[in-house]
Design a protein around this ligand. Structure first.
Ligand code: ZN
Length: 244
């Protein structure tokens, strides 16, 4: 293959990469706008947004790598130049990728967090009356959660939100997985503090409360913390250690 041919091909690959990268981002935005339910939107953003944006960014960076290598002339086509170019491209590409990764993993979660909070507490509309429902407090919601759900609220860092339509009595229960959701790290303040392991120190019995130890780890600074939580009496548990 001669140089003009190679240059032409490299440019085509570059444009192809950019198109795919942009499509990944646009596809994500489209999916977001088509997801109407707040809870579905919450789960989708929580699970996929950072990963998808990172994939899109990496594909676009690869496109740039091809683009900057599409100017090969007789002079720059020598072995030495190819090695120099390869080295520069790989290091620049890795640098750009790392910057993207850092932005998305450590700064972007602040923005995601704000949107997730809005989605989680946005009043749900009752399908019975078309009116906004009320979010029940921790005490009020227990009536609507079965034993397994109540156990999960303590264990596995699960959170249940109960929305009630006061007029018709219609109830909507939403489940939020705490271990998929990072909180702010007390050490570095990034939104990268997650439950990595949960341990039952004392199994609750019919009339005695139990104790659960949650292990947190920061994905940014590596800060570790433990938090003991009381387990309500009479909730049944299986197994002794849960790893999430
Ligand atoms: Zn930290």
């Amino acid at each position: 293959m001669n140089y003009p041919d190679w240059n032409h091909l490299a440019q085509k690959i570059a444009f192809g990469c950019w198109a795919v990268g942009i499509l990944v981002v646009l596809g994500h935005l489209l999916k977001l706008s088509l997801t109407k339910e707040s809870k579905d939107k919450y789960d989708y953003i929580n699970r996929h947004e950072i990963k998808l944006l990172l994939v899109g960014a990496v594909i676009i960076v690869i496109g740039f790598a091809f683009y900057f290598n599409s100017w090969v002339t007789e002079e720059t086509g020598t072995t030495l130049w190819i090695i120099v170019r390869l080295f520069t491209t790989i290091s620049m590409g890795l640098l750009a990728g790392l910057i993207m990764q850092n932005l998305l993993k450590f700064y972007y979660p602040f923005y995601i967090e704000k949107r997730l909070k809005v989605l989680r507490y946005k009043p749900r509309i009752s399908p019975k009356t078309g009116k906004p429902m009320k979010l029940l407090s921790e005490e009020e919601e227990d009536v609507y959660l079965d034993e397994g759900m109540q156990a999960e609220e303590n264990l596995f860092s699960m959170d249940y939100d109960v929305w009630k339509d006061e007029e018709s009595g219609y109830v909507k229960i939403e489940k939020y997985a705490g271990h998929l959701h990072a909180v702010q790290c007390p050490e570095c303040n990034y939104q990268t503090f997650k439950v990595v392991k949960e341990e039952i120190l004392k199994t609750p019995t019919e009339n005695e409360e139990g104790e659960l130890l949650k292990h947190y780890l920061c994905g940014y600074c590596g800060y570790k913390a433990k938090k003991a939580v009381t387990l309500k009496a009479s909730t049944k548990f299986e197994g002794a250690t849960a790893t999430v």
